[in-house]
Design a protein around this ligand. Structure first.
Ligand code: AHR
Length: 642
């Protein structure tokens, strides 16, 4: 078969167009990228439950804590009088009736450490009359992995205790516990056990490295539906996410009620999934710096998740101004001088230099209804932001799907608005979670797209019946990733209209997953990329700055080609079950084949915690300057050099 490249219809590829979409779903933040090892460290947990239009979150501050040793006579009560921090007022009163007992923390799956690991441990204690010592440490059946001894001060005041500790042995699923040497009562709050190797003291290193290796051009955050919330009260409020971590007001996570059903009394197994906001807006911007990616914060527009609620602040309600101000102030937080209100907050957090924000997402998956009044609403937000910050590139939304009446209507509205105002939006976000067959059928979808109105494919993934929503890495099979690779040849060929894209969701903790497939899987001590991750990485590493017309003359073989300098990258997906001999020709000089980077496997192949590299890209030595064998069910990047 022949792959024919033509310079005639080449288009530029926007730099940094392949990004990542970080949403706090599947314990991506607390219990995930946020390296903090303790769960519900500040006794603010809530138990969320409910049904569409009626969600509730009740305080359950004792969640994840229990008596230690098991069965010890320990009375615990969550209290909020004379709190350590008014924003997160709950703390735990611990009353022990014997020596050497107290409480332990669930810490998700327990504590996993390697001998020699160094950690920062801190906590606050208030004692009115108990003197003597408290101890905190990590314990296994054979003893302490580390332990610290804190002298209690019986003065009725909160005192902070902080230590640098080192694990004396390996441990898996061990107990973090706080105990009192003598019987008595104390108040405890704001625990932290943070590995010292956390990137910037915040990000779990193995996950941060996997993200960095993807070389994302941008990071969209913090969601997703999390932005909108299941109610407006539950929406993500970035102003609560900055400043001292302990004072960031805990919010329940809207994914805590995912899958809640009448049979389960409208309560899911993740009912305590919360947001401590240990990763907040400052940390998201810092993450972007670490990754060398542009930030793309997404702001709500005064509408709760339209799948979950009809709640919306009316356009003539003065309360809407606060939402507009949130959008304006985030630009000031990122880019404002240190003499501005929010620029000063950023500086006080340790970053006087601006973050260089260029993009702002307005709305997640919004669509027009009588309640949402979305078109007029978006126009208002966009106008207000651009009035104050004319250089900010606005990312709009055309709803939760594509090729539907509502998305077609949204595109019509967008294009009409762009005809009158070229900067109305920089790009519009469209989403699809679709079967492989749909992705193959739509490889050419953007060939037909009108060029007025650029696309940000902000969420997409192949969802295979029987595999999607299996909530484990086994659902991320090669069949789906291969279809995504094929679909992306279409977005790459149409790089003039598809200017940005990001797979979704990004992270999933095994056993804590609400949505799958996902790009990266992890547990307490392991992290690995799915086969889909490696497809994204191949696109990220091997894409140039100009995209050519690329045509395959074989059914089931999908191609695209880009160049940068003297290198040309030809991507070829062989979706058939036969080996294909491919020959590349073109109407310009692109040189000889230098390398082949290839993934080839069975459609059922997947990476798992036990076999994290079952299917990863490999280097194949070229045997000819222009020809290569494409194995069955393979994705290849053929690299040519002039
Ligand atoms: O990626 C998971 C969810 O899918 C996102 O939160 C939402 O935007 C979409 O519906």
């Amino acid at each position: 078969m022949k792959i024919t490249l033509s310079q005639e219809h080449s288009v530029p590829v926007a730099a940094g167009g392949l990004g990542i979409f970080f949403e706090d779903i599947n314990y991506a933040a607390d219990g995930g990228l946020y390296a903090e090892l303790l769960e519900n460290r500040n006794f603010e947990a809530k138990r969320a439950h409910g049904k569409i239009g009626a969600f509730l979150a009740e305080q359950d501050g004792g969640y994840a804590w229990e008596a230690y040793p098991a069965g010890a006579s320990v009375a615990c009560k969550v209290k909020d009088d004379r709190p350590l921090y008014a924003e997160n007022p709950h703390y735990l009163r611990v009353v022990t009736q014997a020596e050497k007992c107290g409480v332990r923390n669930k810490a998700y799956d327990g504590i996993f450490l390697k001998k020699g690991d160094v950690l920062r441990l801190s906590f606050w204690v208030r004692s009115y009359d108990l003197r003597g010592f408290a101890r905190a440490g990590v314990y296994t059946a054979t003893g302490a992995v580390f332990e610290v001894k804190a002298k209690l001060r019986a003065d009725g005041k909160w005192h902070r205790y902080a230590y640098r500790v080192r694990a004396k042995a390996d441990c898996a699923g061990a107990a973090f516990a706080f105990t009192l040497d003598k019987p008595g009562a104390v108040h405890i709050d704001a625990f932290s056990l943070m590995p010292e190797n956390a990137v910037f003291g915040v990000f779990r290193r193995d996950l941060a490295v996997l993200l960095k290796e993807l070389r994302p051009g941008f990071v969209r955050f913090p969601g997703g539906c999390v932005v909108e919330g299941n109610s407006l009260a539950n929406r993500y409020q970035w102003k609560c996410s900055v400043g001292q971590p302990e004072r960031r007001k805990h919010n329940w996570n809207r994914w805590a009620v995912h899958g809640a059903s009448r049979e389960g009394d409208f309560c899911s197994q993740f009912s305590h999934y919360g947001q401590t906001l240990g990763i907040g807006y400052y940390e998201y911007f810092r993450l972007c710096e670490y990754l060398g990616a542009k930030p793309l914060p997404v702001l709500g527009l005064g509408i709760a998740c339209q799948y979950m609620s009809d709640e919306a602040v009316a356009l003539d309600d003065p309360a809407l101004e606060a939402y507009i101000q949130e959008a304006l102030d985030v630009v000031e937080f990122a880019n404002g001088g240190t003499d501005t209100v929010w620029g000063r907050v950023r500086a006080e957090m340790g970053h006087p230099e601006p973050f260089g924000l260029e993009y702002l997402g307005l709305g997640n998956e919004q669509w027009e209804t009588a309640q949402s009044d979305f078109y007029r609403r978006f126009a208002l937000f966009s106008a207000r932001v651009r009035e104050k910050y004319p250089d900010i590139k606005i990312i709009g939304t055309v709803g939760p799907d594509t090729d539907t009446p509502r998305s077609k209507d949204a595109w019509k509205w967008t294009r009409n608005a762009l005809a009158k105002d070229a900067n109305f939006v920089y790009a519009s976000d469209e989403h699809f979670y679709a079967p492989p067959g749909w992705l193959y059928d739509h490889v050419g979808m953007y060939d037909e797209y009108p060029r007025a109105g650029k696309v940000y494919v902000g969420e997409y993934a192949a969802h295979i019946e029987g595999k999607a929503n299996c909530l484990s890495p086994e659902g991320n099979v090669w069949e789906g990733a291969l279809a995504e690779a094929a679909f992306m040849t279409g977005t790459e060929r149409n790089a003039d209209v598809v200017v940005m894209k990001s797979y979704a969701p990004l992270l999933a903790r095994i056993g804590y997953t609400q949505w799958s497939p996902d790009l990266i899987w992890f547990d307490a001590c392991r992290a690995f990329g799915s086969v889909n991750y490696h497809v994204q990485k191949m696109y990220s590493l091997y894409t140039g700055d100009v995209s050519y017309k690329a045509v395959s003359d074989a059914a089931g073989v999908y191609v695209s080609a880009t160049s940068s300098g003297d290198l040309t990258y030809v991507k070829a997906v062989n979706a058939t079950d036969k080996e294909v001999a491919a020959e590349v020709e073109g109407d310009f000089a692109f040189g000889d084949m230098l390398r082949i980077v290839q993934m080839a496997g069975a459609l059922s192949d997947c990476n798992t915690a036990e076999q994290p590299e079952k299917l990863v890209p490999v280097e194949v030595a070229p045997t000819s300057a222009r020809a290569a064998l494409l194995p069955p069910h393979s994705f290849s990047v053929l690299v040519f050099r002039k």
